[in-house]
Design a protein around this ligand. Structure first.
Ligand code: RIB
Ligand code: CA
Length: 328
């Protein structure tokens, strides 16, 4: 069976790192490249962290393209101090894996996205798990992107849940204007994975011990990154179950391999770009009040057991073993 090609747009970040490893190691996926953008940390650290993670799991063949350092409009990045504390505690600036021995690609992220989709005949799924600055810019410069992307899978937004404000989730809040552009674009298929879903795929310390017991670079790194997240969440944003954390971005990659990991409903989604209390909110028309045509498959649930089993299965295989796997 042909591997599913994807591009990950990341602000690496501890959960981005797990997503990158899952995409780089799963035998059913072909990670064409990673693009980085300002978000959890400044973009140059996102780039460095992404290179570190790919090299750590033996995939230094996968290129990393650095993207935009600032949102389209909002003036307050680097992110305000309080948010820095949140990002600082959940992500840190530099991930605890060795430095990479290679450089980022010479081409920038937006140019890579445009040229790849302009010239390919392949179906390449686009998976942004960060503020949507790169994606909105690529869309503006190359509107045909909406026809060339078979599916865009966005980690972002929230209906009952916000994490950076009571109204908003970080990726959307980080560049609301970019998110508004992306959700209004008529992509062939938009799958949205908001906090309502990722907060139902919580990973525990016991799961971290099982990942560490795999004895592989990916298993050990995932245990490290996720354990760090649990500590931070217990300290500043406790989950419904203490001693657990969401691993938001990896749920999007897991969905590509096992669609049953999330449960979706089709709704109209728009993004608030003003309003002191509501900027960055994804307005999900769950009761069809707004009249607009539903354009998103929105995940409102996730299967933690399936998700964690996928992490253990994928991270438990050595790169050689993975190369021999034929995923059905
Ligand atoms: O709100 C969670 C999202 O914001 C994740 O993508 C995390 O990495 C941060 O970017
Ligand atoms: Ca992210």
């Amino acid at each position: 069976m042909a591997k599913r090609k994807l591009i990950l747009d990341v602000d690496t970040g501890t959960d981005d790192a797990v997503a990158v490893m899952l995409a780089a190691l799963h035998p059913a996926l072909d990670l064409v490249g990673c693009t980085t953008v300002n978000g959890n940390v400044e973009v140059q650290y996102c780039t460095d962290n992404t290179l570190r993670v790919l090299d750590h799991v033996g995939r230094s063949d996968i290129p990393v393209y650095e993207g935009l350092a600032r949102p389209l409009v909002r003036p307050d990045f680097p992110i305000p101090r309080a948010v820095n504390d949140l990002a600082g505690q959940i992500h840190g600036r530099t991930l605890s894996v060795p430095p990479s021995g290679r450089r980022k690609a010479d081409v920038g992220a937006v140019e890579f996205l445009i040229e790849t989709y302009r010239n390919t005949t392949d179906e390449i799924t686009l998976v942004p798990v960060a503020p949507l600055t790169n994606i909105a810019t690529a869309l503006t410069l190359y509107p045909k992107l909406i026809e060339r992307v078979p599916e865009i899978v966005i980690m972002g937004g929230g209906h009952e849940v916000g994490n950076i404000t009571p109204s908003a989730e970080f990726n959307i809040w980080g560049d609301p204007e970019a998110a508004s552009i992306v959700f209004a674009a008529k992509f062939r298929k938009i799958t949205m994975v908001p906090l309502d879903a990722t907060h139902r795929a919580l990973v525990s310390y016991d799961d971290c011990e099982n990942l560490r017991a795999l004895g592989t670079p990916a298993g050990t790194a995932a245990a490290e990154f996720i354990g760090h997240r649990i500590q931070a969440h217990d300290a500043i944003q406790r989950m419904a179950v203490a001693g657990t954390t969401p691993v938001h971005d990896a749920v999007c990659v897991g969905y590509l391999v096992d669609p049953a990991i999330i449960t979706t409903r089709r709704h109209r989604v728009a993004v608030e770009t003003s309003g002191t209390l509501t900027v960055g909110r994804t307005v999900i028309d769950t009761h069809f009040r707004g009249g607009g045509e539903p354009q998103c498959d929105v995940a409102f649930d996730a299967d933690a057991g399936r998700f964690i089993a996928l992490l253990l299965e994928t991270f438990g295989k050595s790169p050689r073993h993975l190369a021999e796997c034929h995923y059905e």
